[in-house]
Design a protein around this ligand. Structure first.
Ligand code: FES
Length: 113
């Protein structure tokens, strides 16, 4: 069974790691590896995601239960995830959302129509 086919169990968090090009250039593969090795299966299901989250300039990025956490570092990411799971902070960006800059571009293009 491949990593992305693993089943999620009750109470288990889902951590998605952006492994698209820009985040990989900034160390996302080490982040993914450290999360897989550092978190237990009871704590989290860690999934590699090969589609860009849309926040490249702030990467490398992960999503904890679909809340994006930006600019994570390989050697602190496991503790960061545990801290977020214990005490989730309010995040402005969810997975699948667009950054304000991207929304500005979309609005500008709509105004030109
Ligand atoms: S490449 Fe990771 S957010 Fe775009």
């Amino acid at each position: 069974m491949e990593a992305h086919e693993e089943k999620k169990s009750a109470g288990q968090a889902t951590i998605k790691v952006c492994l698209h090009r820009k985040c990989c250039e900034k160390g996302a593969e080490d982040i993914y590896k450290n999360l897989k090795e550092g978190l237990t299966k009871e704590e989290a299901l860690v999934l590699p995601i090969h589609e860009c989250f849309g926040f490249c300039k702030d990467g490398p990025n992960i999503a904890i239960n679909d809340n994006i956490v930006k600019g994570v570092r390989p050697f602190t990411v496991v503790e960061l995830v545990r801290s977020e799971l214990d005490n989730p902070s309010c995040k402005a960006d969810g997975l699948g959302s667009k950054s304000i800059d991207m929304l500005d571009d979309i609005l500008e293009n709509i105004e030109k129509l």
